[in-house]
Design a protein around this ligand. Structure first.
Ligand code: SAM
Length: 279
């Protein structure tokens, strides 16, 4: 039964439009509309909100977003088979849902949404990290989005929210937490999806900070952090070798022992190192 709106239950939508999940498209659908409404609400109050949804599929989360009060949803779906089902939702919410049949990696969101927008998505796992890194590295800060509420496989969610010293702490944690607050707000077992994936999933909510936590040039910081974690078990004097002359002096000037390993360096220290290197 659909309790969210007067549209058919998702199992009927899938049967009517023959939407058998394709692995190549990263398709694991959420069919429980109570759950999709809850995920929609994890992004905050939706009344009047403009939302980018990547990969709406048969539209469970899309319906959650609209039923919870989003004023505009831009839904970008690569699989053309989903379009008729999404058009039915668009007809139920006239003027509120724009469906684009295309690749989320190519979309110009500003051409469709005019106000501040947020992203809410059950991401296809194969492009999830790439999309996140793009949203986290815009040309300037603050970014055009206010928050990201994203479903990932649980291991990726843990990499985003990890702290120094955690096994999962790395480039993704530094990139994410330098300019956002990031927390896991829901975990889901495989059975929540159809078909069930092999892994557990988690929703991460990231809110853009008005300014980075610590000053640093974004390009330099990204380069230093990427190189540091590339050989995460090595001491930094070895892992960062060749990055700059006088590496050990610069590490010490940033308050980091040259024998330290990347996995123990805080975001504040990475930023200090990026500043010393910029000088
Ligand atoms: N939102 C739906 C749900 O929660 O049931 C579907 C989520 S499913 C994990 C991922 C969706 O992303 C699929 O509908 C898939 O077709 C779509 N997709 C895959 N690659 C895409 C891309 N590059 N751009 C846009 N959508 C994509």
């Amino acid at each position: 039964m659909s309790t969210l709106d007067d549209l058919p239950p998702l199992r009927d939508v899938i049967a009517t439009h023959d939407l058998r999940a394709k692995k190549s498209m990263g398709q694991n659908f959420l069919l429980d509309l109570n759950l999709t409404a809850r995920i929609a609400r994890l992004s905050g109050r939706l009344e009047g909100a403009q939302v980018l949804e990547v990969g709406p599929g048969p539209g469970g989360l899309t319906r959650g977003l609209l039923a919870e009060g989003a004023s505009r949803v831009l839904a970008v779906e690569k699989d053309a088979r989903c379009l008729p089902a999404l058009e039915e939702i668009a007809a139920r919410y006239p003027g509120q849902l724009t469906v684009v049949n295309g690749d989320a990696l190519q979309i110009d969101v500003g051409a469709h949404l005019d106000g501040p927008w947020r992203v809410v998505a059950n991401l296809p796992y194969n492009i999830g990290t790439e999309l996140l890194v793009r949203w986290l590295t815009p040309a300037s800060w603050p970014p055009p989005w206010s928050s990201l509420t994203l479903m990932f496989q649980k291991e990726v969610a843990q990499r985003i929210t990890a702290q120094p010293g955690d096994k999962a702490y790395g480039r993704l944690a530094v990139l994410s937490q330098w300019r956002t607050t990031a927390e896991i707000v829901m975990t889901l077992p495989p059975e929540a999806f159809s078909p069930p994936p092999k892994v557990h999933s988690a929703v991460v909510h990231l809110t853009a900070l008005p300014e980075p936590r610590f000053p640093a040039d974004a390009t330099i910081l990204e380069r230093v952090v990427a190189k540091g974690f590339n050989q995460r078990r090595k001491m930094l004097r070895a892992a960062l070798k060749g990055l700059v002359p006088d590496l050990e002096d610069r590490l010490m000037a940033a308050g980091i022992a040259p024998t330290e390993r990347a996995e123990r360096v805080s975001i504040e220290q990475w930023c200090a190192l990026a500043r010393v290197i910029a000088d």
